[in-house]
Design a protein around this ligand. Structure first.
Ligand SMILES: Cc1cc2nc3c(=O)[nH]c(=O)nc-3n(C[C@H](O)[C@H](O)[C@H](O)COP(=O)(O)OP(=O)(O)OC[C@H]3O[C@@H](n4cnc5c(N)ncnc54)[C@H](O)[C@@H]3O)c2cc1C
Length: 269
């Protein structure tokens, strides 16, 4: 089995601020992390490899420093890593990103047939949840989104059964392989890296593929290949501070009713 996992490097959202003057994300000095959903996708692939055998390859489109998330994935138990990196990729929207990742996956598929692609449900910075379905559509493979459990893989029949997390219910579906899954965090608990994987990750260097390695035309990648544009980004306006009432419960209830009447939220008797 050949499992391919798409991992994205994202800024640690706990640290991200928006510049109120320029309305852009302040990225300087913000630590980068592996997209949390993607860490669960890597863990899911490694667990499948442990049951069914095979190999896990992680793939990332990003600048040279995105090597770090690939090394992290190796420490989680992935075997191989590919960084899709080229200055011409900069400014890619989800259409161009899914194209570049698809071409990377197809190049891997030619080296060793891919059985399953795993993505996170969404990236915590771009937040569109479009890239996984975009790749599946381009590959023409079945897509199973919001996967919270992989029930089984049938290697002979080339089928997979998964549980999808829906609002208030779950759906059990099967598909033929090769297929693409997007996973939610419920799918597994992340394990600590083993010492051998940790040591291997420190020395690991991923293969780097450029636009020429993928045979991509400039008009279809980067800003040129991106029909969407971010017009504005801004934090929601700050809410005014709430008022704390003091006194006994009876006093506070009376004062609250008076305030609601004065502000005409409720009618006076
Ligand atoms: C005009 C425009 C310009 C932009 N310019 C830039 C820019 O210069 N730099 C920039 O960082 N962003 C830029 N973006 C944002 C960029 O489009 C998105 O970050 C990117 O396309 C992925 O979309 P997303 O973050 O919503 O991912 P989602 O669709 O939410 O991600 C779902 C899953 O897809 C996979 N995935 C997504 N992106 C990658 C990736 N790069 N590598 C591997 N796997 C991935 C992961 O498994 C992830 O969990 C730009 C967007 C627009 C519209």
């Amino acid at each position: 089995m050949h499992f391919v996992v798409c991992v994205k490097q994202v800024p640690d959202t706990a640290e991200v601020r928006v510049d109120p003057k320029t309305n852009t994300l302040v990225r300087e000095g913000v630590p980068s992390i592996i997209n949390p959903y993607d860490a669960h996708a890597v863990e899911a692939a490694v667990q499948l490899k442990e049951i069914y055998g095979g190999k896990v390859t992680v793939i990332c489109m990003g600048p040279p420093q995105a090597e770090e998330v690939l090394r992290r994935s190796i420490s989680f138990g992935a075997d191989e890593a590919i960084l899709l990196s080229d200055r011409k990729f900069a400014g890619a929207d989800t259409l161009a990103t899914s194209l570049i990742l698809t071409e990377g996956i197809l190049k891997l598929h030619r080296e060793q047939p891919v059985d399953l692609v795993l993505c996170g449900k969404q990236a915590i910075d771009g937040d569109t949840a479009q890239v996984g379905p975009g790749i599946a559509a381009r590959l023409g493979w079945p897509q199973l989104t919001y996967v919270m459990k992989i029930e089984s893989l049938d290697l002979d029949k080339k089928t997979i059964i998964v549980h999808r997390k829906l609002e208030g219910q779950r759906e059990i579906v099967s598909a033929t392989l090769p297929a693409l899954l997007t996973v939610v965090k419920d799918i597994n608990e992340l394990r600590y890296a083993s010492l051998p994987d940790l040591l291997r990750s420190v020395r690991f260097t991923p293969r780097i593929w450029s636009k020429d390695d993928l045979g991509l035309d400039e008009s279809r990648i980067g800003l040129k290949g991106s029909p969407t544009a971010v017009r504005k980004i801004f934090p929601p306006p700050e809410r005014p501070q709430g008022e704390m009432l003091k006194g006994t419960p009876r006093e506070m209830a009376r004062e609250l009713v008076e305030k609601l009447v004065t502000t005409k939220i409720i009618a006076d008797k």
